[in-house]
Write a protein that binds this ligand. Structure first.
Ligand SMILES: [Ca+2]
Length: 258
């Protein structure tokens, strides 16, 4: 189907249908959680030991970019609003920057926040000041307990006041799309392997040690303690022990996505 004229209603219907498409489990998805182009003439960034002005003289793209001024001998930064992340979430971020010769040091700092608002940790990327527009991007992984993140574009001025410009700031979450069933359980594939069954003669030694399946399901009295089912994964000859598939206390199978 070809749409000659974008119609918001048609586009919405199309997007709603897209949600029902069966997506391969290995698909990578990028979700843009922040984009600042300054094209509406304002900014949602905050200035710390710096002054910021949206202006139209020095721009990387469009008609507007942000001018940041740092007083001589000082270090200051511009910080984006916080955006939600999950622990171990991969995040890609990028921005265009341009510095005058009085900026002696420029850093991109990723700040990880916990849900209660405190800072878990920061990651600093030292970039090279450039008197022409330069686009830098990095990809990193959110630490344990991370709930939100922000970016700080930091500059240090030398013996005179320094100015740098920012444009096209983006933050993308990168992740796999996982299919879930109707109850929200992730559908994963467990690798299996065919093995030869033991001979009856060998099993006969155990035959009177176990109740039949019927007895277990129909005739066995209800136990008085909680019994968690388990399944053998196999014999680990190196460790000389049997390995069991694990579940947590709610019966959820413990798997990893590797
Ligand atoms: Ca712009």
């Amino acid at each position: 189907m070809i749409f000659d004229v974008p119609d918001p209603k048609v586009t919405m219907t199309y997007l709603q249908q897209l949600q029902n498409i069966d997506i391969p489990i290995s698909s990578l998805m990028r979700t843009r959680v922040y984009e600042q182009t300054f094209e509406n003439g304002t900014t949602d960034t905050t200035a710390h030991n710096a002054t910021q002005t949206v202006q139209s003289t020095e721009v990387y793209a469009g008609d507007y970019a942000l001018e940041v001024t740092i007083a001589s001998g000082n270090t200051g930064y511009i910080e984006t609003p916080q955006r939600p992340v999950s622990p171990n979430q991969k995040v890609t971020f990028a921005y265009a920057h341009k510095e005058d010769t009085n900026i002696t040091d420029i850093k991109l700092v990723v700040v990880w926040y916990r849900a209660s608002g405190g800072i878990i940790s920061t990651e600093e990327y030292t970039l090279t000041p450039s008197t022409s527009w330069q686009v830098d991007n990095r990809t990193t992984t959110a630490p344990s307990k991370a709930a939100t993140m922000s970016l700080r574009m930091q500059g240090t001025a030398g013996t005179s006041d320094g100015t740098y410009y920012l444009d096209e700031i983006t933050i993308d979450l990168v992740g796999q799309i996982y299919r879930v069933d109707g109850q929200g359980n992730i559908m994963v594939a467990i690798e299996t392997e065919d093995v030869d069954m033991a001979k009856d003669a060998t099993l006969s030694a155990f035959s009177d040690k176990f109740p039949s399946a019927v007895a277990l399901s129909d005739a066995l009295a209800n136990p008085t303690t909680t019994i968690v089912g388990s399944a053998l994964l196999g014999w680990d000859s190196a460790a000389s022990n049997w390995e069991r598939i694990q579940t947590d206390g709610s019966g959820r199978l413990k798997v990893w996505l590797g």
